[in-house]
Structures are given as C-alpha cells and as structure tokens.
Design a protein around this ligand. Structure first.
Ligand SMILES: [Zn+2]
Length: 330
C-alpha cells in the first residue's frame, strides 16, 4: 500500500494545504441543469507562487487549475483528471491535473524569449496569444483496471473558458458553459470558476450533482416531465452575470454566491468537496526513476560536485542526489 503523504518523510517541504469547501456541486431541481462552483481560496496562492511566471501566465495556470478541479469532482472512481495544452505560442505546454480527492497540481513550460517579446508589445495578452495554435487534451485516468479516456480538440477561442466550452461541445456531446477567473487580489492569488452542464433528458438530482461525469437520463421522480430549452437558456444567462470579483472574493461563501445567481431556479446545493495541494513527488520516487537510467546517462546528468539534481516540475522543488548513491537496476 502506498504510504500516505503526511507519513512520507521523503516528501519535499511543500504546504500541506486543504481547502474544505473548494468545490460546491449543485443542481437546479426539475431542470436539466447541474453545475459546480470552484473556489481555490488560499490554495491558489500556494500553488501558483511556487512558480516564477509573469502574471498573465500565472493567471492562465490558475484558470486551468479551477477547470480541472471542476472536472475531477465528477469522477466516479479513484483516479485523476488532467488537462494538457500544447501550442506554438510562448507557453508551449500547460499541464494541470486533479485527483478525485481534490489534489491539484500544474506546470507550464515557456519559451522565455518569445514570452518577453509578446509581453513587451502586449502586457495583457489573451490566453490564446500565450498558447498559440495547437491542441487541448483532457484525460480521465481511473487506474489500471479502467480504460483511459482521452479527448483532443484544436485550441479554439480567445480564453481558456472558451477553449474548454469548445471541447465539450465537440467531444462530449452535451451543452456546457464554463466561466473561469484568476487574479492577484489583496489576499494573494485567487482562482475559481463555474461549470454548468446540461443534463441529457431529465432533471437534476442529488446523485447526479455528486457523482455522474456522463449523465444518463434520470429516473428520479424529481425529474421534470417536460424539460425544455428555456430553463437551460435561463440558467446560462444567469451564470453569465457572474463576475470575476465575486468568484475570487473570500468573504462571499459559495452557497451565498450560488444563491445570488439561482435563488429563483430551485437551487439545490450539494455537499462541498475539498481541494488540496497535490504534488505527489518524493525522494524515494525520484530515486526509483533514476535507478532505471543507464550508467552513462547518470554520468551525463551528474554535475562536477558529484550530485544529480532533479526538479519536480509541479512543485518546482530541487532534489539533490549523490551520483555514487544511485545503484542502477537494483
Ligand atoms: Zn513535486
């Protein structure tokens, strides 16, 4: 059995941070609408400030974290949801993932020269300008016994929310509305978002809001007998009134914020779920990786002082190993 992170003394010195109400699932009873409100709170600052990126890149990363947090909370089984964007822009790669228990992490790779060039002419570039042309992939990994599901679409739209909406409309075949926000506030970096889904056929129920990533027609008596497009339309119009500042405001609780939007739509707020600092790196794991390299490669990685440095791209932590202490093929 895997050692829990808090007992693992090989773990790096990263924050053990949990935000209990990070994800708030909800549904509109009797209407084909369910959703999730995401607020990363202090976790956004802890995750984002471990990486030394310019503000527009940090903002993009924060929105990516909110997006994967929303998607992972719909996982039925143990596993993770990951977003990968690869483009020809100054941000050449963005990876964010979240487990079913809410453990979040990310990294971005940037082309420094291209990024400086862009920011010198456009201080506040769109997500699209940062990413360029390329593709966006969403992967659900629910362990070795389950089939890995991956969907890929071209990058389309100006911001990450539009890109995600495009993804859902082309590969998931049900309507979706995505709102994402991230900014540096007086309290530090904050990130969050709202994902609204149109459920196939009938009305939202408690179970659906909590569990189902691919909703089937509900058989619950709460189901609306005559679901029409109007209630979905209304919900999207109400959701579109949500402001970035509201999502990023720590003082405004998630149930209160949802109530502001949907108080006349039969809103049912479900049990909130936690989000946490989710890097899974450790010395022991990295030693395992090193021991699989050929001796020649290890010698090549070794610095003059006899150490090999490995950096966890997710938490941006350097690990130092004595070259001599690595036994190949143990
Ligand atoms: Zn790490």
């Amino acid at each position: 059995m895997e050692k829990p992170a808090f007992l693992d003394r090989d773990r790096p010195d990263v924050p053990d941070l949990v935000v209990p109400g990070g994800v708030t699932p909800f549904y509109l009873a009797g209407q084909p609408v369910r959703g999730r409100l995401i607020r990363l709170g202090v976790l956004a600052d802890a995750l984002l400030t471990r990486h030394d990126n310019p503000a527009p890149v940090t903002q993009l990363a924060g929105k990516a974290l909110a997006l994967v947090a929303a998607l992972a909370s719909a996982l039925k089984f143990q596993g993770s949801f990951s977003l990968q964007i690869k483009g020809d822009g100054p941000v050449s790669m963005l990876v964010a993932d979240c487990t079913n228990t809410g453990a979040l992490r990310f990294y971005v790779r940037t082309d420094q020269d291209a990024l400086e060039n862009l920011l010198s002419t456009t201080p506040n570039p769109t997500d699209r300008a940062l990413l360029g042309d390329g593709y966006l992939a969403l992967t659900v990994d629910q362990g070795p016994d389950m089939e890995r599901h991956q969907g890929i679409v071209d990058i389309a739209g100006d911001d990450l929310a539009a890109m995600a909406t495009h993804y859902f409309n082309t590969s998931e075949q049900h309507a979706c509305q995505v709102m994402l926000a991230c900014a540096l506030t007086d309290a530090g970096w904050r990130a969050g978002g709202l994902v609204l889904e149109r459920i196939a056929g009938e009305g939202g129920t408690e179970t659906e809001a909590d569990n189902s990533p691919t909703p089937d027609a509900a058989t619950d008596e709460n189901a609306l007998l005559n679901p029409d497009d109007a209630s979905w339309e209304t919900a999207t119009i109400l959701a579109a009134t949500l402001r970035d500042q509201e999502v990023l405001d720590d003082e405004l609780s998630s149930p209160r914020l949802l109530n502001r939007l949907f108080h006349e739509q039969n809103l049912h707020v479900s049990q909130p779920r936690a989000l946490a600092f989710g890097c899974r790196c450790s010395r022991a794991r990295l030693i395992d990786v090193l021991e699989r390299f050929p001796e020649d490669d290890l010698d090549h990685m070794c610095q003059d002082n006899g150490t090999i440095v490995m950096t966890c791209e997710f938490c941006n932590k350097d690990f130092h190993f004595q070259r001599q202490s690595i036994t190949v093929g143990r």
